[in-house]
Design a protein around this ligand. Structure first.
Ligand code: NZQ
Ligand code: ZN
Length: 392
């Protein structure tokens, strides 16, 4: 196991009606005037926004609102948020939504405290030194942004989607009411579950040895997510399934399951190119990329891929030909994704074969040698080959 420092300062307020505590939470963290961010309308239609506004008023917290965050959130709304927050003198950001709203909130929080163009922080031109405090009322179980150190924004003009990792990105609190995702369409529930699994798998397929505890935690979490997702896509009003997914979304991406391990995140970088170019749901993009990534790399650590097959999908171990077992695990994962309604090919996603070279070339290079991925370092040629595997 590798050495690590792990700090998740986010306070979790979990359960039915938890959004009514939004005002007192902001007060607790010293906020007096909040910018409430929300998305394209679901929070208005469900009455959630109104309940949150009342909770703030009841706690004596002033607020201004900015709606209209789109999935795969754009820099354009971030600029508007920064301008509004400065003009109104807000001292707290409250994101009411999923990953896109939360990430917009985080970006506004950095931008308000930075003198230049906030995108400097995302493209590596400058380092963020401060951010306003952010709180979250979570409406879908997926990205894990409610306690992650990450924030992903798309530069609209160039369709460049980039993440910023910073401990300043961890929200002060996350309000998690499993009733809220019940209004999601099944496709979004499935995309969310796929993203949750991908966050665990990015950590699970490590080259690190002696990580039995985190292996077992990952396997347990994946098994629970698979079970809960099967139920939630058919019965979105099942509180228990939504509750499992909601907590899994959080632990999957705040590194509770990833400490002490070399992690990969190459599939995520490839997917960000897809969602930037075609504006597809992030989880659906991962459903296409991840199995192809697994097929491409499994021979480099057959034992681990076979372990995944046996412990997560209950495949029988073939001791003579462990690569057969590894392959059965990938097939089982694909069958699960198919069962919950996810796409498995670029075509189903609406992606074009002729874009593959540009997608591969545009994928963010995360290593000093110009490759991508923490465990299996990939050149643009490797990424192109992976996308070709998905081009069916
Ligand atoms: O905009 P509204 O009307 O609210 O509709 C949203 C949106 O269309 C809808 N929705 C959310 N909650 C709902 C609901 N509809 C009905 N009832 C509810 N309770 O769902 C749609 C998708 O929302 P979005 O926030 O985009 O989904 P998600 O949480 O999957 O976030 C995806 C974004 O997060 C990034 C992704 O790249 C993508 O941009 N990620 C952020 C990460 C992070 N910050 O740690 C990590 C992830 O790997 C990911 O990259
Ligand atoms: Zn993700």
């Amino acid at each position: 196991m590798k050495d690590f420092v792990h700090c998740v300062p986010t306070r979790f307020v979990f359960g039915r009606g938890a959004e009514l505590k939004a005002g007192e939470q902001i007060r607790d963290f010293g906020g007096t005037k909040a910018l409430i961010l929300y998305g394209g309308g679901s929070a208005v239609r469900s009455g959630l926004l109104e309940r949150v506004q009342k909770a703030l008023s009841d706690a004596g917290v002033e607020y201004v609102c900015l709606g209209g965050v789109q999935p795969n959130p754009r820099d354009t709304l971030v600029y508007r948020g920064i301008e509004l927050a400065r003009r109104e003198g807000v001292d707290f950001i409250l994101a009411v939504g999923g990953g896109s709203v939360i990430d917009t909130g985080k970006a506004v929080a950095h931008g308000v405290c930075y003198d230049g163009d906030f995108w400097d922080l995302w493209c590596g031109k400058a380092k963020s030194r401060a951010a306003l405090p952010v709180g979250v009322v979570l409406t879908m179980s997926a990205a894990g942004s409610e306690s992650s150190n990450s924030c992903v924004i798309t530069r609209e003009a160039t369709k460049t989607k980039r993440g910023l990792r910073s401990e300043l990105n961890r929200p002060r609190f996350a309000i998690m009411n499993p009733e809220l995702p019940m209004t999601l369409p099944p496709y979004q529930i499935a995309s969310g579950a796929t993203d949750i699994l991908a966050h665990i798998m990015e950590r699970y397929f490590t080259c690190e040895t002696e990580v039995d505890l985190t292996d077992r935690l990952c396997e347990g979490a994946m098994t629970a997510v698979i079970r809960a997702a099967r139920i939630a896509v058919k019965h979105p009003d099942c509180y228990d399934a939504q509750a499992q997914l909601m907590w899994a979304s959080t632990i999957a991406h705040n590194d509770t399951l990833g400490v002490g391990r070399v992690q990969d995140f190459g599939s995520h970088q490839i997917e960000h190119e897809l969602s930037a170019l075609y504006d597809v749901a992030h989880g659906a993009g991962l459903a296409v990329v991840f199995p192809a990534w697994m097929r491409y790399h499994m021979h480099r650590n057959v034992a681990r891929f076979a372990q995944f097959a046996v412990r997560v999908y209950g495949c029988e171990m073939n001791f003579e030909r462990p690569e057969e077992t590894a392959l059965r695990g990938i097939e089982a994962h694909e069958a699960f994704l198919r069962e919950i309604g996810m796409p498995l090919t670029l075509k189903e996603l609406g992606a074009r074969s002729e874009d593959i070279p540009a997608l591969a070339a545009g994928t963010k290079k995360t290593n000093p040698d110009g490759t991508t991925g923490g465990v299996f370092h990939m050149t643009a040629q490797d990424i192109e080959a992976i996308l070709r595997l998905a081009d069916r």
